[in-house]
Design a protein around this ligand. Structure first.
Ligand SMILES: Nc1ncnc2c1ncn2[C@@H]1O[C@H](COP(=O)(O)OP(=O)(O)OP(=O)(O)O)[C@@H](O)[C@H]1O
Ligand SMILES: [Mg+2]
Length: 170
């Protein structure tokens, strides 16, 4: 039988080991560093290692950069007076971080091809086609959902090797 004390402790844990945040920002390159810092701040209570933080920041930065430079066509936006926004949605559940980066831009015609290392549609802009390969390497799970003319969502997950914020509460 669950005692009152263990019930309170279980409730406390449940409240603490889940967290969520969502930010929406303009699709401008200045916000790449904002997104990196925001996700790093979000995972800080889990006491991630420096390597984990670096991996997460790199992956987020690649996804946000893609949304900004590939998702939206600047000239089209100016002509049509449209707004270009990127949404970053982060969730923590136990020791797993999930990050979703969404744009409502042009979308990707062939996702499989886009995810191949070295594939790029902007070689003239000095792009190397390694963004998705980095996201895949630095995170544990990568999923890309995209529809031409509707937009793109990149969903990434990473398991962090520490449960320290729960331990602190015990
Ligand atoms: N959010 C997006 N919207 C539309 N197209 C995208 C998006 N993200 C990626 N792509 C397409 O997928 C291709 C591959 O992306 P990836 O990040 O791997 O390489 P890259 O951005 O071209 O180069 P790098 O990331 O090395 O600078 C891009 O060239 C682009 O055509
Ligand atoms: Mg890229």
């Amino acid at each position: 039988m669950e005692t009152a004390r263990s019930l309170t402790e279980n409730l406390k844990k449940r409240r603490i080991n889940k967290n969520e945040m969502r930010v929406e920002f303009d699709a401008v390159s200045e916000n790449e560093s904002f997104a990196r810092v925001a996700v790093a701040a979000f995972v800080t209570p889990l006491n991630p290692t420096l390597e984990e933080i670096a991996d997460i920041k790199t992956a987020v930065s690649e996804a946000v950069t893609n949304a900004i430079i590939h998702g939206y066509d600047r000239e089209e936006l100016i002509q049509e007076e449209k707004e270009a926004k990127v949404v970053m949605h982060c969730k923590l559940s136990e020791d797993v971080l999930s990050v979703e980066i969404t744009d409502e831009g042009r979308g990707i015609d062939n996702i499989e091809q886009a995810m191949e290392p070295l594939f790029t549609t902007k070689p003239e802009m000095d792009r190397s086609g390694m963004g998705f390969a980095f996201m895949e390497a630095f995170m544990d799970d990568l999923e890309v959902i995209s529809q031409p003319g509707v937009g793109t969502t990149v969903l990434m997950k990473k398991k962090l090797g520490t449960m320290s914020w729960i331990r602190q509460e015990e």
